[in-house]
Design a protein around this ligand. Structure first.
Ligand code: KIV
Length: 272
């Protein structure tokens, strides 16, 4: 089904709800730096997520846990300088909102004030209810994240599909309803059965953005390095690679090395 797209000068949390109401799918992609965010924004991606996946793809950590609030603010402020149209959402990193709601609010305020971002994202449901309430009360838009929540990887033990069992699926549905009622503007659902994700998307009025959650939701999010094929060792079933930059960049850089060694680079035209 093709849907008439409305032109937006700047995507806001309200535009996203409008898109859901109009049946227009929402595109969301990560970025962590100015140059990448400029390309992503110019390609009309609706939402740029400064994800704590920066911990993996930028810093090379095994999990998202080590990235700090200061580092997220640095990434976010670089992205904000590039984004002219997209809504910029920033992950509050592990350890910056779980201990109490006042700490959560302080972290959210630091992100908004120091980076200029437009919204924050937090992982979890009822466990972080008070933090979500406090951040929202300060006028900061909040996006939820349910299903596979990578900040809890040591509790899960694996990165496999979540909420396959009835009990976990039931809690996820309750959490989604709760986040909507509290006033979140959207929810990311990661790696859960497509049928469950569709059911959640149909049961709430706020946009549900999926990653490994099938096509029945309101939008999709991917890590930009995965989409571009820069992270060639990460091959989950949900990932569609649009390029193989790992190989293409490697070939270009090898060619540069050869050209330097063979004295082909620089030539006369490339010299002063
Ligand atoms: O950190 C991140 O990139 C994310 C997406 C995978 C949704 O949270």
């Amino acid at each position: 089904m093709s849907v008439a797209k409305k032109e937006y000068k700047r995507i806001t949390v309200k535009s996203l709800v409008e898109m859901k109401q109009n049946g227009e799918k929402i595109s969301m992609l990560t970025s962590y730096d100015y140059s990448m965010a400029k390309i992503v924004d110019a390609a009309n991606v609706d939402v740029i997520l400064v994800g704590d996946s920066a911990s993996n793809v930028i810093a090379g950590h095994e999990t998202t846990l080590p990235v700090t609030l200061d580092q997220m603010i640095y990434h976010a402020s670089s992205v904000v300088r590039a984004a002219k149209r997209a809504l910029v959402v920033v992950d509050i990193p592990f350890g910056s909102y779980q201990s109490d709601s006042k700490e959560a609010l302080r972290s959210a305020i630091r992100i908004m004030k120091e980076s200029g971002a437009h919204a924050v994202k937090v992982e979890g449901g009822s466990e972080i209810k008070q933090s979500v309430i406090r951040i929202l009360e300060a006028g900061i838009p909040v996006m939820g994240h349910l299903g596979l929540t990578p900040q809890s990887i040591y509790k899960f033990g694996t990165y496999t599909v979540r909420a396959k069992e009835e009990e976990e699926a039931h809690k996820l549905k309750e959490d989604a309803k709760m986040l909507e009622e509290l006033g979140c503007f959207g929810i990311v659902l990661e790696k859960i059965p497509a049928k469950l994700a569709k059911e959640v998307a149909e049961s709430v009025s706020i946009p549900i953005i999926g990653i490994g959650a099938g096509g029945g939701v309101d939008g999709q999010v991917l890590v930009v390095h995965d989409l571009l094929g820069m992270t060639h060792e990460f091959n989950p079933r949900f990932l569609r690679r649009y390029m193989n930059l790992y190989e293409d960049m490697g070939n270009a850089i090898s060619q540069y090395v050869d050209d330097v060694k063979s004295r082909d680079f620089p030539n006369e035209n490339e010299s002063y």
